[in-house]
Design a protein around this ligand. Sequence first.
Ligand code: 3HC
Length: 692
Amino acid sequence: MDLVRVENRGTGLALLTIANPPVNALAAPVRAGLAEAIVAVGRDPSVRAIVIAADGKAFVAGADIGEFGKPPVSPSLPDLLQIIEQSEKPVVAAIQGVAFGGGFELALACHGRIVGPDARLGLPEIKLGLIPGAGGTQRLPRLLGAAPAFAMMLDGKPVNAFKALALGLVDQLADGDLLAAANAYALELADAGQSPQVRTRVGRFTTEDRADFEAAAAEAIRRSPKLPNVAALAEAVRAAMDLPFDEGLAVERARFLSLVDDPTSKALRHVFFAERAAGRIPGIGKEVKARPIAQAAVIGAGTMGGGIAMSFAEAGIPVTLIEVEEAALQTGLGRVRANYEASCKRGSLSVEDMKKRLGLIRGAVGLEAAADADVIVEAAFEEMGVKAGIFGALDRIAKPGAILATNTSYLDVNAIAACTSRPADVVGLHFFSPANIMRLLEVVRGAETAPDVLVTSFELGRKLGKLPVIVGVCHGFVGNRILAKRSQAAERLLLAGALPHEIDAAVTDFGFRMGPFAMADLAGQDIGWRVRKATGARAPVSDALCEMGRFGQKTGRGFYLYPEGARKGTRDPETEALIARLSEEQGIARRSFTPDEIIARLFYPMVNEGAKILEEGIAARASDIDLIWINGYNWPAFTGGPMHWADGIGFDRIVAALDEIATETGEDSLRPTALLRRLAESGEVLANVVAL
Ligand code: 3HC
């Protein structure tokens, strides 16, 4: 199949159409096709002007990300863009939909650019741990100025057609027939007579712009010390100001190529493909269609229920928030309103949008109010008896075909489904707190959950702006089950000799925004304590702190001290003495741990649990576990998630370390699972492991 079609329109115009579905990525055959076509039509005396267009919804989504890290195939994208730029016949890009990354760079190398109203232009390479590698860092600053171009490449967000026109990124916005407008414009440029000038080669930088850029660059580098592409971006933009165009291009290219091999970019590319893979639910094909969702209900107006209701409202879905009695309902509705008012005050929400959202949230007392809902999300108290009562009643009340979802964090979704006569309609929708903000949604597949209920849950999740990931039924599902392993490991480390601030520092140095103890203090330790008491689990240090009423920030004391409402804790000799006493009581000789040892002891047991989860088929792929931890628990994306990170370490090392810790602590549950031992022997990686 030809990925680039060439048509001589007979009016002096050649139309080159990229046809590489689904998003016209600039894979090697596309680059070769375009290069050949430009040369060929350049030689054709009947052609005076050239238009590059593309089939489908997107113009070009960029370079082919799947090619990165593989041996290069010529022509490279910079080579192709040079051929386009040097064409003696004007080349105009006709852009519909997205022109991202290399796609936007392709357009920037053309002599003219025309967009349709649905166009979105951007350089999102930063999100892949890269920088633009085909002239973006040189051409965009020449069009926009260094500081605005740096800002646009740093956040990676696209601009729409209207903004692109206003900024001068494009020459025209075509309301009607995009191709006709592009053809006319290309011929107009040809008629102008001179050889076409590429505007994006020339630029002037003011002293003020340079100063703004330098300030923004210094701040960005300070904020992202672990991301080498941020410093590389600054360097490339600086080269755009200081060096002749071709030398600047060479700086950009060298930085780009070294970033492609950097572990942070490999990890972020892994995350990109992981997000796409997560959309595929094992055993369910495209023929399964979603059920329509026009009306939702949420049961329980606590923090979680309120947040879920806000999510529905933000997606434009009317939702009824249900409580058992009026006072609790009013408190819940009041909390929702206060949240929105705070956003308005911060300026992140307009009063008009707040009114719209509040208008979509109706409060009601009694489960009967869920009768009209197409999806009902139960977010009531985390106790089986409570859930059983609710689902039994919903079975009577809900309309046929309604999806009955539970937001349980730990309980058995199959047991909840068994409280109804329609277990096929029951699913777990595990939101994370705050539910209107956090992106992760664990979709818990019960033994009898119907395929179309899962497809609907995914579609709904995406509509709510979430990243849905499929998980199976077990205590804590994927995220919390692995979290429990980290919590146990953290307690073990405390008793063995590390102090809370040392463990937290190792974890934040690794890239988390917060360490486990600062997090526990922020969330409130009483929640975990209650769960442990209910399940008979023990956490010696945390339990002792809770018994002393030290629940964390809200009581001014937890693992750390928070004098006068401070948000950042300080070390507390009382906590440290308590830990030392507990070590002594357990006969443990305390010793010190390096940050690397702390990380290994905290995270290897999590990797082991992840492998068990894969063995049991609770997660569909290792990359799903990565997404869950990145989006629900703040695991740093630039390491790719726990399983990708482990792949990079090698399982021979991880297995040996786990065996050593298990022997030292006498905890057989820490022994490496069979899957890890197999990987250690074969030298394979988890990325290739698909659960059955
Ligand atoms: N390379 C390779 N594959 C790509 C791709 C790319 N640049 N962009 C999208 N795809 C693939 C996806 O993996 C997916 O494949 P699958 O169906 O097999 O899972 C398919 O195209 C459809 O993608 P989405 O599911 O994401 O479709 P959406 O319609 O939701 O989104 C999109 C489309 C907005 C284009 C989104 O895919 C996207 O943002 N893509 C990445 C854009 C990007 O980062 N571009 C920069 C690339 S790096 C670069 O250009 C370097 C240059 O400077 C040298």
